[in-house]
Each structure stands twice: as structure tokens, then as C-alpha cells.
Ligand binder design. Sequence first.
Ligand code: SF4
Ligand code: SF4
Length: 166
Amino acid sequence: MRKKILIDLAQFLGTSVNGEYNYGECSYDFHPTNVGMKDIIEHAILRFRCRRCENAPCISVCPTEALERREDNVIRRAVNLCVSCQSCVVACPFGTLSNRIITNLKSVCDLCDFDDESGELRCMKTAPPGAIVFTDMEPNEQDHIYSLSDSILIKDYAWEDLKKNE
Ligand code: SF4
Ligand code: SF4
């Protein structure tokens, strides 16, 4: 069974250093100030926390059309169009978006080409303890573990999951 990265979203969003989330340090070769985990956390928030409003105020307020709804109903942000005005952060009635995430700096995670033999990655060592770990788990709604990609699992109380408990 192939090893995956398990990210605990609440661990990230519940910790901050000097007012910023602690994404951990990144080993991205081509840009020493890159923080790859930031991009993954944004995708996870839009995938699992966003309530996918029918007439999404975040989309309609954006002056540069940087936000769009994909075919699967997930909202995505085009960082190259975003001017970081934070209008969407203010417009979202659920506090889904954060001005600490919606910036126009693009981060990239290449997952460090990890494989089953890889030791702890740099982000794992420097992020909040337990926030990023390797796992051989599979997605599992009972434990609130969801698939973000083939290599990444997210642990979170996802919006779809919360709706079932209403
Ligand atoms: S912060 Fe970016 S995505 Fe949000 S409204 Fe402004 S331009 Fe649009
Ligand atoms: S307004 Fe907030 S909850 Fe609604 S679609 Fe936009 S980001 Fe998601």
C-alpha cells in the first residue's frame, strides 16, 4: 500500500506564529521562500470547508474574476488573476476564506517526490506537531479523513459531513 501524506487541517488553522499560520518550512528547490503547504491548505479549505453557496458572494464580489466554480461545484482561485483585495474574504458569510490564505503569492508543493522509503519531510518537522504525517490509511468518513489527491489525505470536519448531522 503506497504511503500518503495526512494533513490535519484543524491543526494548521488553530495555530499561528506572529499572526500567520505555521505552514512549516519547505524544501522547494527553485524558490527558497516558497511555502508549498500554503497552496495545499487553500485547496483543502475550498474543497472541504467551503459551503459551495448557490449564488456565491465570493465569486460575484471578485473584481478580477479570479474565482470560479468548477464543474464539480468546487470554487477555485486563479492566483495569477487575484489582486489580493480581500473582497472575497469579507463577502464570505461563513468565514471560510482567510486573508492569511488569499494572497497573490503563489506557492508550489511538489511533494518532494516522496516514496515509501522517504523519511520525515522538512514540512513535517517544522509544521505544528502532528499536523503533517505519513500514513497508510485510506479515506474514511468515520474518522473524517478525505482524499485531496492520490498522495494527500485531509483530516477535517468537512462541510458535507457537517450537513449530515443537522
Ligand atoms: S482577494 Fe483575489 S480572489 Fe478574492 S476578491 Fe480579491 S481578487 Fe478576487
Ligand atoms: S461565499 Fe464562502 S462558503 Fe460561499 S462559496 Fe464562497 S467561499 Fe464558499
